[in-house]
Design a protein around this ligand. Structure first.
Ligand code: COI
Length: 354
């Protein structure tokens, strides 16, 4: 990639980092010194700049707030044992970002701005990359419609931004999951495959109700029969059934095509599993559980990495697992982390140097 300087870079005089301990840091509460901002005006991207992290000044009529034309990505940067910064599979997130943009009738962001802008931003704030196990620098690119117009129509102006947040684990312990039968995350023809803000807003009531029952998250099922399994909260889901690693297939456009999902599929193959993307129902799962063949259930996501599921509840049927005995998900996480933290050769070409 050509390292074209962005139009404008303004750096902070004093870093906020001196006031922050990067160890044991919670997810998504602290932001680095700088951010990237660009505007889409008159059909082109302009005003590309990196500047000190700061509040935005927006009109109350700004379209995204009213109609939700807003998309985002989640990416992570790590340091190798020599302290060199790398970003994990950012090109895959870049491609998905523009697929989300198309679905939401938003302009695509050029590769130069997304990829090179992100690289330069991470380079400037590389001291914000934590080095503790399970820690990283979470990169949040996002775009929203910015016309101060409350007629319902695609905006003519948009803002693209990237912010950075040093972070520890998203979920800290094995999770209890409630199989959702009342609410729906996505239906064919909808926006389930897009990383659109509204998908997350629409999930909160179901999650809150599951939490009241003592569960951490929901496992979404299809909109028509509430039988076909989709994804868990903010993660894709995998089931280890016999010698197969099964994950719901993407063909209906109801499931986010996770970059960690794809990475997990490749590493599970390397570990000797037959990896199967297929439609799978809750009844299939219960049958496997009754037959003693459902060994492990785990979620995958950029924020969550690999999250173990210790309980799944569907109606009155409860599946419990002793995650301390598991071998597959912990080994998968170990192998993925070894690549991310530069402890083994990057045979897949996943790590982009900053
Ligand atoms: C990610 O894994 O980056 C996500 O999308 C989860 C996020 C909504 C916290």
């Amino acid at each position: 990639m050509v390292a074209t300087p962005l139009m404008n870079i303004t750096k902070v005089e004093t870093s906020k980092l001196k006031d922050l301990n990067l160890e044991n840091i919670p997810f998504g509460k602290f932001y680095s010194d700088h951010m990237l901002e660009a505007d889409y005006i008159d059909g082109e991207w302009t005003n590309v700049e990196i500047k000190p992290y700061q509040p935005l000044l927006l009109e109350p009529s700004v379209a995204a707030i009213h109609y939700g034309q807003a998309i985002f990505e989640g990416i992570k940067a790590y340091k190798d044992p020599n302290g060199n910064p790398f970003i994990f599979r950012p090109k895959d997130n870049f491609k998905r970002f523009n697929l989300s943009a198309q679905r939401m009738q938003m302009p695509e962001v050029p590769e130069e701005i997304f990829m090179e802008g992100m690289r330069q931003l991470v380079e400037i704030d590389k001291n914000w990359i934590p080095t503790q196990a399970d820690h990283s620098l979470y990169i949040r690119p996002f775009m929203f419609s910015s016309d101060p117009v409350i007629g319902v129509k695609p905006s003519e102006t948009y803002k693209f931004m990237i912010i950075l947040s040093p972070t520890g684990p998203y979920y800290t312990a094995p999770m209890r999951i409630y199989v959702e039968e009342k609410y729906t995350r996505a239906a064919p023809g909808g926006i389930g495959f897009a990383k659109a803000a509204g998908n997350y807003g629409a999930s909160m009531l179901a999650t809150a109700e599951a939490k009241k029952l003592g569960y951490d998250q929901v496992l979404w099922t299809d909109a028509f029969e509430h039988k076909y399994l989709q994804e868990i909260g903010t993660m894709n889901v995998f089931f280890i059934i016999g010698n197969k690693a099964v994950t719901p297939s993407l063909e209906e456009g109801t499931i986010l095509e996770g970059v960690t999902r794809d990475s997990a599929m490749q590493v599970l193959k390397e570990m000797g599993f037959e990896v199967v993307e297929q439609k799978i129902t809750i009844d299939d799962l219960i049958q496997a559980h009754k037959a003693g063949a459902l060994y492990e259930v785990f979620g995958t996501g950029t924020a969550a990495t690999i999250s173990l599921i210790k309980e799944l509840r569907y109606k009155d049927y409860v599946m419990q697992f002793d995650t301390a005995l598991w071998q597959t998900a912990p080994e998968l996480k170990k192998r993925l982390n070894a690549i991310r933290y530069g402890q083994v050769p990057d045979q897949y070409g996943w790590m982009m140097p900053v």
